[in-house]
Design a protein around this ligand. Sequence first.
Ligand SMILES: Cc1ncc(COP(=O)(O)O)c(C=O)c1O
Length: 392
Amino acid sequence: MYAERVDGLKSSAIREILKITSRPEVISFAGGLPAAELFPVKEIETAARNVFSRYGYLALQYSITEGFVPLREKIVKTLAAATERPGIGNILITQGSQQGLDLLSKLYIDRGTVVFTENPSYLGALQSFSIFEADVVPIASDQDGMRIDALLEGLRRRRPSLVYLMPSFQNPTGACLSMERRRRLIEIVKEHDLVVIEDDPYGELVFEGERSPSLFELGGMRNFIHLNSFSKTIAPGLRVAYVAADEEIIRKLTLIKQGTDLQTNTLGQFLVEEYLESNNYREHIRILRRTYKHRRDCMLSSMEKHFPESLKWNRPAGGMFLWVELPGEWDAREILQRCLERNVAFVPGQEFFPDGSGKNTMRLNFSNASPDHIEEGIRRVGEVLKTHGNYL
Ligand SMILES: Cc1ncc(COP(=O)(O)O)c(C=O)c1O
């Protein structure tokens, strides 16, 4: 009855966990949610008034598929560091970066198309690739991002039509591709003339040091397609994001988007443009950085206090996630069940590994809970972890 490609689809465990965590008594480290109390509600309210007084009914009318021109002009300015100067013909506004992934999957993936990803990788991307029946090849990754030796080894065996990675503070581990690896990766990509999707929603959320230049900026448009989003820096409910790429790719994605949803919602684009025009966006980002850094530090110090010493975890220099490794024989899904009984949640890491490994890992989100909740939630998870040996 249904198309074959739907056979292998399974519901994302995260969406399932989020159903439970919507109960107010649950402290959730599960979702990838930004801190809602930092959404610029007043500023967006004012932006809405300005948009309607300036544009009237146009703010509610159909508009062009490529996206609102003044918004694309602003985005182009943020990409000024790129080696080739992009213009608005290099930008397509999408309904979230998730749509960028969907459109790119439609553009590049047939059944069996080889896609290299980090291992672990973003679940939403893996879902998108799997709908189009890609052959996903995981490339070993560590705290400095995708491993160059593993990439070279992968290239000796297969030729990917796409390489997908999140160079800065990736979801789920928070790992950041080092500058040395960025440079080396660009060399390899150029040598093999590969197409890379760089998904970069967390690059601005840097707590230590400077934001690293994107692969798109460093490596250019011939090989790199850049996805970015206002979901993590303004608000995800607006559903405004963009693809920056070579003009030919943007033209093809625009045709595909016409068959998908005609255009990104007009009002959302007008609101984002007006917000960027009339507010200090850079200052807003500084506030997000400070707040998330503080929450990361609260989580780290609570973990020091409450987690058993046999566990390992990282100290991400940005983003929204912390990554924990449990002793090899432990299963994070069993731990989650016991945590849910104590009204605290996280995501078992196995979900994110295309090769099915990572049973003993967990992803903890630190952006969405207050410092008090972080301390209490980590204490509860710690209680479960300390006694887990007795349950094996
Ligand atoms: C790596 C990555 N890419 C894309 C997205 C999708 O973001 P949006 O569609 O809200 O722009 C997310 C959301 O969590 C993400 O973590």
